[in-house]
Design a protein around this ligand. Structure first.
Ligand code: SAH
Ligand code: AVI
Length: 318
């Protein structure tokens, strides 16, 4: 099983060069997740301020059975599965209906997926796991087939796409899905600014370490010399675009060299690099976004405070 595209190393070098020479500068958030970054993300999920993970887990605990029953699926394809902490809420009911159910995690972080696969096989006897290590934004090659598959994209990772990227991603997904398949998407909902901003500015500083780890990844892969202590973590809610924006801000005048790609960049004090956006959604708009990409919204599961939601969708029948 494979995904197609340029070799990961070439793609990485190209993406970093493009992002750091663009105006404004950016880095692609998929590069957060080396082994250290994946562990830091897991630590974020445990933070008191980071409500999305525990809220989504509670929704899945309550509605997982019903979601799986409605999808009538014998395979779960999970995009950006990470350490698969919430996946059991879908796998357990699936295995009750179909003892030979199949789990297909699609993940860029090999370390996260191999640990998760071992644990899940231990916890769910009979489960078959076929990991796909690769980029879910690339053409999704030959995914395993089944009578009906449930595609899951949890954690509001879809919010890390711009609106245009999200549209293209959904169109691509529609092409690899069959009419019998279903799609479950976790989305973080618009709420009070203070609560949103606290989730990305935790008092223990874990999100700041996660953000700066992106520079450590670039240093390692491209023989770079970003000095992590000379960069500040910035995260704020941009009301106009309705997203949290994370940036890395240069604390002083500095020159950075990425020797492997012969790139030298001078940063002034206060210069910034955008490292992530994390969109916050509203139900009506999300339904429209789904239909614009050829899906219809079939189910909506949320917590009482409407902090987070799971949208269940199918390909529109036309
Ligand atoms: N689904 C988990 C993890 C979310 S973190 C949860 O809900 O907690 C986002 C995950 O998506 C990370 O594990 C990261 O490695 C993966 N990821 C991000 N961009 C990716 C890409 N383009 N292709 C494949 N995986 C990606
Ligand atoms: C994976 N993704 C949905 C997380 C988010 O909230 O956008 C990544 C993250 N960034 C900072 N904290 C968590």
């Amino acid at each position: 099983v494979s995904v197609t595209g340029a070799s990961p190393a070439t793609q990485f070098a190209q993406d970093i060069r493009d992002g750091l020479t663009a105006e404004p500068r950016y880095l692609h958030p998929k590069y957060f997740y080396d082994e250290v970054g994946s562990k830091l993300f897991d630590a974020i999920c445990e933070l008191p301020e980071y409500y999305p993970t525990r809220t989504e887990a509670a929704i899945l605990a309550e509605h997982g059975d019903q979601i799986v029953a409605r999808a009538a699926a014998s395979a779960l394809v999970e995009l950006g599965s990470g350490s698969s902490q919430k996946t059991g809420f879908l796998l357990a009911p699936m295995l009750r209906h179909n003892a030979g159910a199949l789990y297909v995690p699609v993940e860029i972080s090999e370390s996260a997926v191999s640990e998760a696969a071992e644990r899940l096989i231990d916890e769910h006897p009979g489960l078959r796991v076929v990991p796909v290590i690769g980029d879910f934004e690339a053409e999704l090659g030959d995914l395993p087939t089944a009578d009906a598959r449930l595609f899951a994209f949890l954690g509001s990772t879809i919010g890390n796409f711009t609106p245009a990227q999200m549209h293209d991603f959904l169109i691509g997904l529609g092409r690899v899905m069959q009419p019998e398949d279903s799609l479950l998407i976790g989305i973080d909902l618009v709420k009070d600014r203070a609560e949103l901003e606290a989730a990305y500015n935790d008092s223990a500083g874990v999100t700041a370490r996660f953000n700066k780890n992106l520079l450590a990844v670039v240093n390692r892969e491209l023989d770079g010399d970003f000095a992590l202590d000379d960069w500040q973590h910035v995260a704020f809610f941009d009301e106009r675009d309705c997203w949290i924006e994370m940036r890395l801000r240069s604390a002083r005048a500095q020159r950075v060299e990425l020797r492997a790609i012969d790139l030298t960049i001078d940063f002034a004090p206060g210069d910034e690099i955008r490292s992530e956006i994390s969109r916050k959604f509203k139900r009506a708009q999300f339904g429209e976004d789904l239909s614009a990409a050829g899906f219809s919204l079939e189910g909506w599961f949320s917590d009482n405070d409407e902090r987070f939601a799971l949208a269940l969708a199918q390909l529109s029948s036309s």
